[in-house]
Design a protein around this ligand. Sequence first.
Ligand code: SF4
Length: 91
Amino acid sequence: MTGREGANGHSEKARRRAHLALRRLARRLGFAPRNEPRLTELALTRLLPPERWNAMHFLLIAHGREVCSSQRPLCDSCLLEDLCPRQGLRR
Ligand code: SF4
């Protein structure tokens, strides 16, 4: 494997992880009814105008990394706690 192939593999993995994080967040926050890629994309792109999509993408991924992780979401210290339906999580 060359350096370039390795870098492409890493960026593909990072891209897949980012998409999974977005779907998880969209579902938990109640933006998307199911964890299904096309529905999630549609739901998220309807929330804000196109010029805000990059910022939304970045903020949701950062929130997923720092607060709303897949295994241990920190709901007690989350700024969205009062608004979030925690769809798909046990209460
Ligand atoms: S309240 Fe919990 S489930 Fe909802 S966004 Fe915050 S950490 Fe995630």
